[in-house]
Design a binder for this molecule. Structure first.
Ligand code: NDP
Length: 488
């Protein structure tokens, strides 16, 4: 069996060896998950809720073990790993408790012409759901798909990132230990190829989180087997600061959103559009906060290293490009990148065609650009090919600005809060992906609707019969005219 190592990104040393799961073994895992799917479905909502809440209790009892693994494989501070795990567990609980009510059979009006029928829509699990996860939030992000897919009655095969395989294994092992149920939730470790095998395996849906480039490859592979996909990809999330904003709060939240987790947050702040009347004040607050934080190993830094070494080159490239195009460095610079860490970097007045504005940087860097009006901020926000999240700071105009943004989630006078609220959907538009996890939409995403109609009483005129006469055709036209087409 071939293996690969996972590393501590702070020291670069190996912290574990894991199987590179072959195509045959991925197929076997999906077959096992498929075999047990009818049992998991037959447990029904109550049985699944019980099992998932047992798992949730187990995770809470053993949260420090999970946090240690997350911190070891990503380098993030244990307090950040604790927050991440806690949020993921709260989503698991929400999905377990709400699946029944969300998936309850819906009764619909059959319309006047079909008044003799009852019309219902049932929601059915898809079967086996494949989940491919990233390394930046290796618990929270994949659990947004895993918890909701399981609660909806599917079994799951999960391929974690090659940077965080032990986290993936912990999640699947803990499910087994807490519930005693094998093959309901299986983890297959490996490199990108293993993810590709999962896309080719015939799973009934594939939920992917990661880069837009890989998402396109995933969608293309899945298209060959008509496997539907949910794609949660990158972002270039803006913070819009109006002149009536609480600038201190806005700066504090923006710097945290941009720099925490070393900037490796898909919904983290990457660019700011601040009203020119308050720009200097806002920048002063940002600089004060950003100069007081530093990266370091867990227990030392406010945030950790770049988990993925190759990201360092991308971050440095974006900083250099912004400066070369005329951006004004306010804090740090290209020299702030010193492997494996990156010190906070703030650059102002960056041209909109530089990579620091057009591409996901995924580092503790922030661009702050001034705008003359909020219309300009909205236009620049919407000019991006991404549309994941956004943050708007204004005492009076928050809702109005939020409504004009082309993105999946907006926090007004806050950052990222939508990710912590289990009852609302998470996802983006444009190159940030499609489909939704979390909330009722996230449960529905892992089901398909089945319409069931039933004859309640027979009409004297049979419309669905070869016995239909010219008189009954005339009657349909007459009723239609009378109701002006409002049959439904
Ligand atoms: P990828 O998108 O390459 O990886 C995400 C997941 O997809 C991993 O589990 C990866 O496996 C898997 N994968 C890779 N290739 C394939 C394939 N052909 N078919 C199926 N699955 C595949 O992200 P990276 O980790 O390489 O990060 C690259 C960039 O993506 C980052 O710089 C960042 O900008 C962005 N990113 C965004 C995230 C977000 O939340 N929006 C999260 C992570 C990254 P493996 O790790 O084994 O290669």
């Amino acid at each position: 069996m071939s293996t690969f190592d996972s590393f501590n990104p702070v020291t670069g040393t190996s912290v574990g060896q894991h199987a590179i799961t072959s195509k045959e073994d991925v197929d076997a895992a999906v077959a096992s998950a498929r075999e047990v799917a009818p049992f998991w479905q037959a447990l029904d909502f109550k049985g699944r809720k019980k099992a998932l809440l047992k798992w949730s209790d187990f995770l809470l009892e053993n949260i420090s073990d999970l946090v240690d693994i997350v911190s070891l494989e990503t380098g993030k501070p244990t307090s950040d790993a604790t927050l991440e795990a806690s949020l993921a567990i709260s989503h698991l609980g929400w999905a377990a408790r709400h699946a029944e009510e969300v998936l309850r059979t819906a009764h619909r009006s059959p319309g006047l012409l079909m008044a003799n029928m009852s019309a219902t829509v049932e929601r059915n699990p898809l079967g086996v759901v494949g989940v491919i996860g990233p390394w930046n939030y290796p618990v929270y992000t994949p659990m947004g798909s895993i918890s909701y897919a399981l609660a909806a009655g599917n079994t799951v095969v999960f391929k974690p990132s090659e940077y965080t395989p032990a986290v993936g294994k912990f999640l699947a092992d803990s499910f087994l230990e807490a519930t005693g149920l094998s093959d309901v939730f299986i983890c297959v470790t490996g490199l990108g190829e293993t993810g590709k095998y999962l896309c080719e395996s015939g799973v009934n849906k594939l939920a992917f989180t990661g880069s837009t480039a890989t998402a396109k490859r995933v969608a293309a592979t899945c298209a060959l087997t008509m496997t539907p996909v949910v794609l949660e990809c990158g972002g270039k999330d803006p913070v819009i600061v109006d002149r009536d904003a609480d600038l201190k709060r806005a700066a504090d939240a923006t710097i945290w959103s941009a720099m925490s987790n070393a900037g490796q947050t898909c919904i983290g702040a990457e660019r700011v559009y601040v009203h020119e009347d308050v720009a200097e004040q806002f920048i002063d607050h940002c600089l004060r906060i950003a100069s007081s934080i530093k990266p370091g190993e867990p227990g030392v830094g406010n945030y950790g290293p770049a988990t993925m070494p190759k990201q360092l080159g991308i971050i440095e490239g974006h900083i250099k490009d912004a400066i070369a195009k005329g951006g004004r460095v306010l804090l740090g610079g290209a020299e702030s990148v010193h492997a494996p860490f990156v010190d906070p970097v703030i650059i102002a007045d960056v041209p909109e065609d530089s990579t620091a504005i057009t591409e996901e940087t995924f580092g503790p860097t922030l661009v702050i650009n001034r705008v003359a009006t909020m219309q300009e901020a909205i236009a620049l926000t919407n000019a991006s090919r991404y549309g994941l999240g956004a943050s708007v700071w204004s005492k009076r105009n928050g809702k109005k600005i939020a409504r004009s943004l082309e993105c999946g989630m907006v926090a007004i006078n806050s950052v990222i809060a939508f990710a912590a609220i289990a009852s609302i959907p998470f996802g983006g538009v444009k190159d940030s992906g499609y489909g939704r996890i979390h909330g009722p939409e996230g449960i529905l995403e892992f089901t398909y609707p089945r319409s069931v109609v039933r004859t309640r009483f027979h009409l004297p005129i049979a419309f669905t019969s070869f016995k239909r006469t010219a008189a009954s055709d005339q009657l349909i036209i007459k009723i239609n005219k009378l109701l002006k087409g409002r049959f439904g």
